[in-house]
Design a protein around this ligand. Structure first.
Ligand code: PBG
Length: 326
């Protein structure tokens, strides 16, 4: 016989009971919507490996952003997709104030002001013709310190264009420090840094490469982390915190919940996690086949990412889920 004290099921008996004792909550403000804006398209362009996600025109971006903010999402993370012919070796469009990403930031800032948190991807891969996150040295490797100069310039233009937070995602050493001092020197002391602290070299980014029309051949293993490593993430965390990161992020989310837990246990700043394109695609594809319950799987995945320690979750379902939670 089970003893009267060995009955945890008592707290699972009714929906009201389960709701009352739930340890983890999911609210619209916890969710950040990543959005893509593309140059040179007249209509939103669907991303085939991410059904339901599109590359926006400026107009459709504005509309979708306003609707997402009305649903209560915590913020928006913007990615720019230049026209193919506008890419070059150093990703010039990324630092052009009139480039696709910076113009979109200005547009959203004028539309939304401070009513949401506007974030921008601070990385060169969308803008380079070789598709790497940095500039290349003569031998074809990614040149860390030359890339830092580009990131610093990019962050300042993004701040100027209205970003509340810049999001360095290239995993270059020293990126947070260089961006912090560039922002401060330019007078943007209030613009924060959402640091991609532990970003792994992941096969689950596949659909994103389509989303941004990536030109990458090869891989990012010389700058993104090896999926085998956890201790290394803690080293990255220490560096990012000492360099002035305002928020730290783990990415991807679902395959790295242990990393997220460890980071959340020690970080003294808010922690974010990115439920990436491949995670979106997997759930979407399985649901399309009728193999899993789509809505339940989405909620379970997001709740689990929160339970593992994320204060903030970047997810392509942010708007949809925020609407449901309201
Ligand atoms: C790099 C960047 C990537 C993602 C966000 N920022 C791609 C990469 O590192 O290859 C992936 C996001 C996703 O897969 O949803 N700028």
């Amino acid at each position: 016989m089970t003893s009267p004290t060995d009955r945890p099921r008592r707290l699972r008996t009714t929906p009201a009971m389960r709701r009352m004792v739930a340890e983890t909550s999911l609210e619209p403000r916890h969710l950040v919507l990543p959005m893509f804006v593309a140059d040179g398209i007249d209509e939103p362009r669907p991303i085939s490996s991410m059904p339901g996600v599109v590359q926006h025109t400026p107009d459709s971006l504005r509309e979708a952003a306003v609707a997402a903010v009305e649903s209560g999402v915590g913020g928006l993370m913007l990615f720019g997709v230049p026209a193919e012919g506008d890419k070059d070796a150093v990703g010039s469009v990324g630092t052009d104030p009139d480039g696709v990403l910076n113009s979109a930031l200005r547009l959203l800032k004028s539309e939304l002001g401070d009513s949401t948190v506007l974030m921008a991807d601070t990385c060169l891969d969308e803008f380079t013709d070789h598709g790497h996150c940095g500039v290349l040295a003569d031998d074809g490797t990614v040149d860390n310190d030359a890339t830092l100069l580009r990131y610093a310039e990019m962050a300042v233009v993004q701040a100027q264009s209205g970003a509340h937070l810049v999001g360095p995602s290239g995993m270059m050493d020293g990126q947070v420090a260089v961006i912090r001092s560039a922002l401060d020197d330019a007078g943007y002391t209030d613009t924060g840094i959402l640091a991609y602290t532990a970003k792994y070299s992941s096969a689950f980014y596949g659909p994103f490469r389509e989303a941004v029309g990536s030109s990458l051949r090869g891989d990012r293993k010389s700058y993104q982390q090896d999926p085998a490593n956890l201790r290394e993430a803690m080293r990255e965390l220490e560096l990012d915190l000492s360099e002035g990161a305002d928020i730290v992020m783990v990415k991807p989310a679902m395959s790295y919940l242990d990393v997220l837990r460890r980071v959340a246990d020690v970080a003294d700043v808010p922690v974010a996690a990115y439920q990436i394109s491949g995670e979106y695609a997997m759930i979407t594809a399985a649901a399309e086949r009728g193999w899993i319950d789509r809505d339940a799987a989405i909620l379970e995945s997001l709740t689990s990412i929160r339970r593992a320690g994320a204060d903030i979750v970047l997810t392509y379902w942010a708007h949809e889920v925020a609407d449901k939670l309201r």
